[in-house]
Design a protein around this ligand. Structure first.
Ligand SMILES: [Zn+2]
Length: 168
């Protein structure tokens, strides 16, 4: 497939019609054959990347122990079917019906958990307490003050964790 370009779409961040999206098929480490969508807005600088993996390699579980701030920079390749879990903080992220895969850092995963926790509207004092506690733990983890485990459960087995440190 030739790369396809969609010009002048509406930017979800600033609302101007200056979003450019490039869609291409590629062989990626871990993902294998995948479709990558990269959007960039020339007005506000918004960027977004989606990865839609096309392969199925069977159920796989991965885990990384983040006991060194350096590990926050490890790359997490999360397929659209994978769940993420941080057992120490009692956090879980399950794939929705329209979720896409993504590639981000361990810190980026914490960012996602943080923004998900911020969206929770507590219905009781207990819920508020649990949410605030989770947010505090995520912040500490991002600052490298707290050791935690990141688990990936992928029924299609294409997710991965790439340590840039080990490859150097
Ligand atoms: Zn924009």
């Amino acid at each position: 497939m030739e790369p396809q370009v969609i010009e002048n779409a509406v930017c979800p961040a600033c609302g101007k019609k200056t979003l450019r999206t490039v869609i291409m098929e590629k062989e990626l480490p871990h993902f294998g054959h995948a479709v990558i969508m990269t959007s960039k807005c020339s007005s506000c600088g918004y960027t977004h990347t989606d990865v839609i993996e096309l392969e199925d390699r069977g159920h796989k579980k991965l885990r990384i122990v983040v006991d060194d701030p350096k590990r926050l920079n490890d790359l997490v390749v999360r397929s659209s079917s994978a769940s993420l879990r941080i057992p120490e903080f009692d956090l879980e992220m399950h794939p929705g019906p329209f979720s896409n895969g993504f590639i981000t850092t361990v810190e980026g995963v914490l960012d996602r958990f943080e923004s998900a926790a911020k969206k929770i509207v507590p219905e009781s004092d207990d819920e508020r307490k649990a949410r605030d506690e989770a947010l505090k733990e995520i912040r500490d983890a991002k600052e490298g003050k707290k050791k935690f485990t990141l688990e990936i459960d992928d029924p299609r087995g294409v997710s991965g964790i790439i340590s840039l440190d080990d490859e150097a």
